[in-house]
Design a protein around this ligand. Structure first.
Ligand code: ADP
Ligand code: MG
Length: 323
C-alpha cells in the first residue's frame, strides 16, 4: 500500500501536542505558538543530507533520531528548554518501512526531550532532512559563545572522538576492536545524546558554551573568536572512552580533537565558580572534564606533558577555503 502526502503526514507526523504553548499544531498553513511571558525564543535549524551527513547504510530509525538530536544539541548549547520543531522531509519514495522507522526514531527522542512537532513540509527527492527547533530561556539567560574570559576553565562533557571512531568503523577504515567497544562507538555516531540537562544546569554558571559538531578544536575556536580570547589546551587531560583507549593513541587523539559528530558540550566557567563543576557532574551522572584554560594570547595552543603539541588537521567544513 502506498500513502498519499496527506495520509503520510497524518499517519507518521501528527501527534498530540504536549506543550501548552501550542495554540495550533500540524494541519493548518502555519502553527500558532505562545512564548511564555518573560522568556525569549531561540531558533536553530540543521540539515542532514543522505550520504553526506550519514552513511547511506544508516538505519532509518537512527536517521530520525539523529536529525532531531543534532538540532536539540544546538538548543542544549544555548541552555534552552526545547519546545517546538518543524520537519522538512524530502524522501525519494513514500517507502512505508523507511517512514515508520524514521518516525519511530524521531518521536522517541522528541518525547524524551519534551519537544512538539508542530509542522513541516514533505517532498519527493534525494533524502534530506531539515529540522528547525525552537526553545525558550528566561530573558537574558541564554548561554552564548562570546562570554569566555581569560582565567576561565575550559570543560568538555562526556567523551569526544567516539563518533569519529564510529564513522571509521562504518566505512571500513577503523581498527579491529572487540564487538562491545565497536558497538559503543557506532552508537555514539548514530544516536548522539543531546546534553539538554547539562545546558539547563549551565545557565548562570558557564560564561560560554558551544556544542561539538565539527570537532573540539574547531568548535572551541569559535568560542575564542567570538570572545576575543585565546586558550591553552592540555591534550593529556582529554577524556577517552574505553573504545578510544583501545585504539592507536595518536589516532585516538586525532579523533578526540578534530572529528565531528560527538555533540558533547564545550563550555567555560569563571575561576570562582569552578569548584561547583564536580558536584554538577555527579548530579547529572555525566563526566565534565577540565581540559584547559582561557588566556589573553590570541589563538589556541595545545600542550602535552608541558611541551607544545602540534594538533592534527582541523575539524570538518563543508566548504573549505582553497587558500
Ligand atoms: P501547505 O501546502 O500549506 O504548505 P502542506 O500540505 O505542506 O501545507 O502541509 C499540511 C500540514 O502538514 C501543514 O500544517 C504542515 O505544517 C504539516 N506538515 C507537512 N509535512 C510535515 C512533516 N513532515 N512533519 C510535520 N508536519 C508536516
Ligand atoms: Mg507546505
Amino acid at each position: 500500500m502506498s500513502l498519499g502526502e496527506f495520509d503520510l503526514i497524518r499517519h507518521y507526523f501528527t501527534r498530540p501536542s504536549r506543550d501548552a504553548g501550542v495554540v495550533l499544531g500540524v494541519g493548518d498553513d502555519a502553527a500558532i505558538l505562545a512564548v511564555p511571558p518573560g522568556e525569549q525564543l531561540l531558533v536553530s535549524t540543521d540539515t542532514l543530507v543522505g550520504g553526506r551527513h550519514f552513511p547511506d547504510s544508516t538505519d532509518p530509525e537512527a536517521i530520525g533520531w539523529k536529525a532531531l538530536a543534532v538540532n536539540l544539541s544546538d538548543l542544549a548549547a544555548m541552555g534552552a528548554t526545547p519546545r517546538w520543531c518543524v520537519l522538512a522531509l524530502t524522501v525519494p519514495t513514500a517507502d512505508m518501512d523507511f517512514l515508520a522507522s524514521f518516525a519511530q526514531g524521531f518521536h522517541t527522542l522528541a518525547q524524551q526531550a519534551g519537544i512538539d512537532l508542530v509542522g513541516g513540509d514533505t517532498a519527493r527527492g534525494p533524502l534530506s532532512i531539515t529540522i528547525t527547533v525552537m526553545g525558550t530561556v528566561p530573558a537574558g539567560q541564554a548561554l552564548r559563545r562570546d562570554g569566555a574570559r581569560a582565567g576561565d576553565g575550559i570543560y568538555v562533557s562526556g567523551m569526544t572522538g567516539d563518533a569519529g571512531l564510529g564513522l571509521a568503523l562504518v566505512d571500513g577504515t577503523g581498527p579491529v576492536l572487540p564487538n562491545d567497544l565497536a558497538l559503543q562507538a557506532w552508537q555514539r555516531l548514530d544516536r548522539p545524546e543531546p546534553r539538554l540537562a547539562l545546558g539547563l544546569a549551565l545557565r548562570g554558571l558557564a560564561s560560554s558554551a558551544i556544542d561539538i559538531s565539527d570537532g573540539l578544536l574547531q568548535d572551541l575556536g569559535h568560542i575564542l573568536e567570538r570572545s576575543d580570547a585565546g586558550a591553552t589546551l592540555d591534550v593529556e587531560t582529554l577524556p577517552f572512552s574505553p573504545a578510544l583507549r583501545a585504539c592507536n593513541p595518536g589516532q585516538a587523539l586525532a579523533w578526540a580533537l578534530a572529528a565531528g559528530d560527538d555533540y558533547e558540550l564545550c563550555f567555560t566557567v569563571p575561576p570562582e565558580r569552578e569548584a561547583e563543576v564536580p558536584a554538577l557532574a555527579a548530579q547529572l551522572g555525566l563526566a565534565l572534564t577540565r581540559i584547559g584554560c582561557v588566556d589573553t594570547m590570541p589563538g589556541l595552543r595545545c600542550i602535552r606533558q608541558g611541551e607544545p603539541f602540534a594538533p592534527p588537521a582541523a575539524g570538518f567544513q563543508h566548504f573549505r577555503p582553497t587558500s
